[in-house]
Design a protein around this ligand. Structure first.
Ligand SMILES: [Zn+2]
Length: 455
């Protein structure tokens, strides 16, 4: 029997023990946003340290940050094998509204195939799955690759200290790539790997005209109305094909080739699904691309809010002195928020008419990210999932952003393999969060294969 097979049968034999340990950590209410639970945060960090030490991990340490600590550990004795940095977070979302929970959020309860508790899926379940996969391996031989754990306690509050932490510990955290199991899969029989995330650029555009609101009868017709002007400018940012017209906007956008398009077409995100999810009368998007491509692989420009003039009950004949719109753009590789800002400024310079002044305020931004599909990490995980599920994983692009992925690329220069064993109906962040246990056990098996595949 090979060590891989021994590890897999160890996992099989220890299912109950693994589950008990997951329940143990789920009982600690590590809600990062709640300052009254600072001690609970530390208790989970210490729980992790104890587990990591039992596994023979080295340099196990709790690093304090300005808020909640980061737990680190490594094992680096596999010669000529890659090093994987395993990312996780041990904090959870608040449990309220408490009265909507069928069983208490911090008393893990099994109902059918599901284990219900806050954090069961997001993401203590995923963190414990990686720990148990490592346990199965080290109880039956040596780790076939080098691993580092970095488990933070601030993900649910936006990871405010993680970028600094990574920049301060570049050498300690150096790795070939990151495994981030916080992204879940598409369905019980649909293992998936997310290989690209969109970035974000967020602006406020202010247009000002007269020095004060004017009577639209006395002055209307002789001065520019900032509200009309701002709307005209925004309307001009997209053409009738849904193409964004900012100068140079698509210059850095990576094209998707036929192979990738065929891969994306396999995803269960079709017109019917999107109409149901959105409640829109019909879909509309950039011509020449399917909805799944529009969401994952193409950039966007959207008004998120507008403010101008009189919006109260009834009529007030006013010509507003100013108008404001909040505009966000979802970016794709290799766009950057800074370049998009320059393009927006250039558009305004070329198109804003006389008679108004304008100003752009930068709210925030984040870079898009993409992993090489042929990379060693993606390949190892993809093969592992094929072995366990009997079907290759779906490769998807995420329309949203996971800041830690971009931060890691920035601080450590490494890409992330995003996956996980949570399901879309796990109700993460909501009452009655659950983890599907058969999927969790398959996840542990997949992780065992993944580590061996890296050797
Ligand atoms: Zn999470």
């Amino acid at each position: 029997m090979s060590n891989r097979e021994k590890a897999l049968s160890y996992a099989q034999e220890n299912k109950e023990k693994f589950l008990d340990e997951l329940k143990e950590v789920l009982r600690i209410p590590s809600v990062s946003t709640d300052s009254a639970r600072k001690d609970d945060m530390l208790r989970v960090a210490e729980w992790l340290v104890e587990k990591l030490e039992v596994l023979g991990m080295e340099n196990v340490e709790i690093f304090p940050t300005a808020k909640h600590p980061v737990v680190y550990a490594d094992w680096l004795h596999a010669k000529d094998a890659p090093t994987v940095l395993i990312y996780g977070h041990y904090d959870v979302q608040p449990e309220d509204p408490l009265d909507l929970w069928e069983t208490p959020p911090f008393e893990p309860t099994q109902r059918g195939d599901s284990l219900h508790a806050r954090g069961a899926s997001d993401m203590k379940g995923q963190v414990v799955a990686t720990l148990k996969a490592v346990e199965a391996i080290v109880k039956n031989g040596e780790l076939p690759c080098n691993i580092k754990f970095m488990i933070e306690g601030e993900e649910e509050i936006g990871s405010p200290n993680l970028l600094d932490f990574m920049e301060m510990h570049k050498e300690l955290l150096a790795a070939d790539f990151c495994l981030n199991p916080d992204a879940g899969m598409l369905g019980k029989e649909l293992p998936s790997i997310t290989y690209a995330l969109r970035g974000l650029a967020y602006f406020e555009i202010h247009v000002t005209g007269p020095s004060h609101d004017l009577h639209s009868g006395l002055f209307g017709g002789a001065v520019r109305n900032p509200a009309n002007t701002l709307m005209t400018l925004i309307a001009g940012m997209k053409d009738e094909n849904g193409h964004i017209t900012l100068p140079g906007f698509y210059d850095k956008v990576r094209a998707i080739d036929a192979e990738e398009r065929a891969e994306l077409a396999k995803l269960p995100v079709n017109e019917e699904f999107l109409l149901k999810q959105t409640g829109s009368p019909s879909l509309w998007g950039e011509k020449g691309y399917t909805p799944v491509e529009q969401i994952g692989a193409r950039p966007t420009l959207d008004v998120n809010g507008m403010l101008s003039g009189f919006t109260g009950e009834g009529a007030k004949t006013v010509l507003p002195a100013k108008a404001m719109a909040k505009i966000s753009m979802r970016l794709v590789p290799d766009q950057t928020p800074d370049e998009v800002y320059e393009q927006l400024v250039q558009y305004m310079e070329e198109n804003a008419p006389d008679g108004v002044k304008w100003d752009i305020k930068v709210e925030h931004g984040g870079n898009p990210s993409i992993s090489e599909l042929g990379g060693v990490g993606v390949k190892a995980m993809s093969d592992a999932m094929s072995t366990v599920w009997g079907t290759p994983p779906l490769f998807k692009r995420e329309g949203g952003s996971i800041p830690v992925v971009g931060d890691m690329q920035k601080a450590l220069g490494i890409e992330s393999v995003l996956t996980g064993f949570g399901l879309p109906d796990d109700r993460i962040h909501s009452p009655n969060e659950k983890q599907d246990l058969p999927t969790w056990y398959r996840g542990i098996d997949a992780l065992i294969h993944f580590f061996y595949n890296l050797a």
